[in-house]
Write a protein that binds this ligand. Structure first.
Ligand code: ZN
Ligand code: ZN
Length: 82
């Protein structure tokens, strides 16, 4: 067992994962997702993958709500990380 350990785990090595990554986002206006676009088609105006929410091109009226939700989610995350 006298082998010198050439590579030991670096103590500064950390998990790269910051937040849970949600792969599919849902529109807060109509509930469409990456997999299920609106009838006729739509795309994201804005999307926040970490929160799993977005606003599609049919729901621009919900942009304010979206920003409020993202801010609330951010605040909750910061509070939880303390
Ligand atoms: Zn929508
Ligand atoms: Zn849509």
């Amino acid at each position: 067992m006298g082998e010198p350990s050439k590579h030991h785990c670096s103590p500064s090595a950390r998990l790269r994962r910051t937040a849970r990554v949600v792969t599919v986002a849902t529109c807060i206006g109509c509930g469409c997702t990456d997999d299920r676009a609106c009838p006729g088609g739509c795309s994201w105006i804005i999307v926040e993958r970490t929160s799993g929410i977005g606003v599609c091109t049919r729901c621009s009226a919900h942009l304010d709500e979206f920003h409020a939700k993202v801010e609330a989610a951010l605040a909750a995350r910061e509070a939880g990380e303390a």
